[in-house]
Design a protein. Structure first.
Length: 258
């Protein structure tokens, strides 16, 4: 977020791409109760969308979170060295054999990948038929556009002509609008280029709670005991999430097409 005066004291002044920031954000995500409950909600939904059967589950961008509490045998990974993950790797070059995974999952990762096509091809190679790619990502709506353009440090470019963007730091290079661009604006192009991926679910969600939590960068904006009230409000406004959502839950399924 751009509001320096609200910066969380644990991470204030630390460069966005500094390796030590990952562990600090992990601590923030665990200690801020309001934020932790959001992640627990997301992780439970992601875990519930993973199919059974053969193959391991790979989580990309694990450093800041605690998804392994929901899927203990998940292979955690990160693009930078940090003490809480099993593998340091680039999400665009997956070190797994063909059809060896039953799912790839991630939270706030896809929009940081400079070459999303390369990732989708790699994921399609590694995920077995019937396996899934499951994620929570930023979303484009009238409300999120207002917030992300004014209060967030990451680029938010719904009008970007290309899916790709220049590779820079692992967190500073991004287009927060990329998931919406790929799966909504350029839906026909996605379907044509990636027939091996079938869209199962795209559910816009969470217009207020993550913003009010302050995320992993800011202090919380509301007391933790208000979490239930804000969740109830979000349920009430769910019919208008097309205009209000700041995130989306997305699940793709690997078909038998090669």
């Amino acid at each position: 977020m751009k509001c320096g005066w609200l910066a969380h004291p644990l991470t204030r002044g630390i460069d966005i791409d500094a390796p030590e920031l990952i562990s600090l954000r992990r601590r923030v995500a665990r200690e801020k109760i309001f934020l932790r409950r959001i992640y627990e909600e997301w992780y439970a939904e992601i875990a519930g969308a993973i199919p059974g059967g053969a193959g391991r589950v790979l989580e990309l961008g694990s450093g800041c979170g605690f998804f392994e509490e929901f899927v203990p045998d998940a292979i955690t990974s990160e693009v930078q060295t940090c003490p809480h993950v099993r593998i340091v790797m680039d999400g665009q070059i997956l070190p797994f054999t063909d059809r060896s995974l039953r799912a790839v999952v991630m939270t706030d990762v896809l929009h940081h990948l400079p070459d999303a096509r390369r990732f989708l091809r790699e994921a399609a190679r590694c995920v077995r038929p019937g396996g899934r790619l499951v994620m929570v990502e930023p979303w484009v709506s009238a409300w999120s556009s207002f917030i992300y353009k004014r209060l967030h440090h990451e680029p938010f470019l719904p009008d970007a002509a290309q899916w790709e963007f220049p590779k820079g730091g692992p967190l500073s290079s991004a287009n927060m609008a990329l998931p919406w661009i790929m799966f909504v604006r350029d839906q026909a192009q996605f379907t044509r280029e990636f027939p091996e991926w079938r869209v199962v679910t795209i559910r816009p969600t969470m217009p207020f709670r993550y913003l009010l939590s302050g995320g992993v960068s800011l202090r919380g904006l509301v007391p933790k005991w208000t979490f239930g009230a804000w969740r109830a409000l979000e349920r009430l406004v769910r019919p208008w999430n097309e205009h209000l959502a700041m995130f989306a839950f997305i699940a793709l399924e690997r078909s038998d097409v090669d």
